[in-house]
Design a protein around this ligand. Structure first.
Ligand SMILES: Nc1ncnc2c1ncn2[C@@H]1O[C@H](COP(=O)(O)OP(=O)(O)O)[C@@H](O)[C@H]1O
Ligand SMILES: [Mg+2]
Length: 277
């Protein structure tokens, strides 16, 4: 029996495929503004049923099929972008819209927001791994910041102030490289993948990339700087964090935050170099 307001992707039977809405080519919203592009697709904003959304046009069937399978089998999670509808004949997805990618926003993030973004990415990966998949393409371009309109008012005022009044969640996008655990990995992202990883993919692939993203967010460097950052973390006893992030990190570690938060901050500082050992 269908319940009012029930999440459509949640089947009564856990093994059943979630219901994903199929649309015809003439229902695809026209392009309003470009949001981003990658090797396999272009993404733009549009309006779908009165709501601002993102339209992703995949350049080939394989990428579309892999991403579709992911949404079908992995299901919803609050740190995974929501699939609203799809059009197979046009290789198009209608997705929940992010404001921008983590890459674009990286330089402006304070330590608190950096930590929050990393936590959200980790939660998404845990969910993907629990469903038997490996994400295989973790990098700041594949995470977007989404305005969270539901976050409880007054609950975390301090955080809201830091967001500049905006409540942002980090969500993963781009599931074209997602592979079943133990399957042949026909794709590994340069600089973000462990050179020692073997052909079959495992959750270790994502853990390594997570380490690289963590270092990158701490250093606020672009993709070209990633190699140097990995080198520094592997060879130096101390990993140097400069600039505004260092100031906001020190304030957070030494300031008035709770003991639990202080412990978390120390843990991230330590693990940033330990992760890649
Ligand atoms: N739902 C979304 N909301 C906002 N921006 C998005 C969204 N999906 C993708 N993007 C942007 O478009 C870029 C390309 O999309 P992506 O899914 O990564 O395709 P590709 O497989 O070609 O890399 C991303 O790096 C991101 O900047
Ligand atoms: Mg991408």
């Amino acid at each position: 029996m269908a319940h009012k307001g029930k999440d459509k992707s949640q089947s009564e039977h856990p093994d059943e495929e979630p219901l994903i809405r199929r649309i015809n080519a003439d229902e695809i919203p026209p392009e309003v503004m470009p949001l981003g592009s990658g090797n396999y697709s272009t993404v733009y904003t549009g309006i779908f049923e009165g709501k601002s959304i993102a339209v992703k046009r995949c350049k080939n069937n394989n990428h579309f099929d892999a991403e579709y399978r992911f949404f079908q089998q992995v299901g919803r999670h609050r740190n995974i972008i929501e699939l609203i509808a799809y059009c197979r004949t046009e290789n198009v997805f209608i997705l929940e819209k992010g404001q921008c990618s983590l890459m674009e926003k990286m330089k402006e993030l304070t330590w608190k927001l950096t930590r929050r973004a990393l936590k959200h990415i980790a939660k998404a990966l845990i969910h993907i791994h629990a469903k038997g998949f490996v994400y295989m393409d973790l990098k700041p371009e594949n995470a977007v910041l989404v305005l969270n309109e539901k976050r409880k008012k007054g609950k975390k005022r301090e955080q809201e102030e830091e967001d500049g009044g905006q409540k942002m969640d980090t969500k993963l996008v781009d599931f074209g490289a997602t592979t079943r655990k133990g399957s042949f990995a026909n794709f590994r992202t340069k600089n973000y993948s462990d050179p020692k990883q073997r052909v079959a993919c495992s959750t270790k692939d994502d853990v390594y990339s997570f380490g690289v993203v963590l270092l990158q967010l701490l250093k606020k460097c672009d993709e070209n700087g990633v190699i140097d950052v990995i080198h520094e973390a592997k060879t130096n006893q101390t990993f140097v964090i400069d600039g505004d992030l260092k100031t906001s990190m020190d304030e957070n570690v030494n300031g008035s935050s709770s003991r639990r938060q202080q412990q978390q901050n120390q843990d991230v500082k330590r693990s940033s170099s330990a992760l890649l050992e």
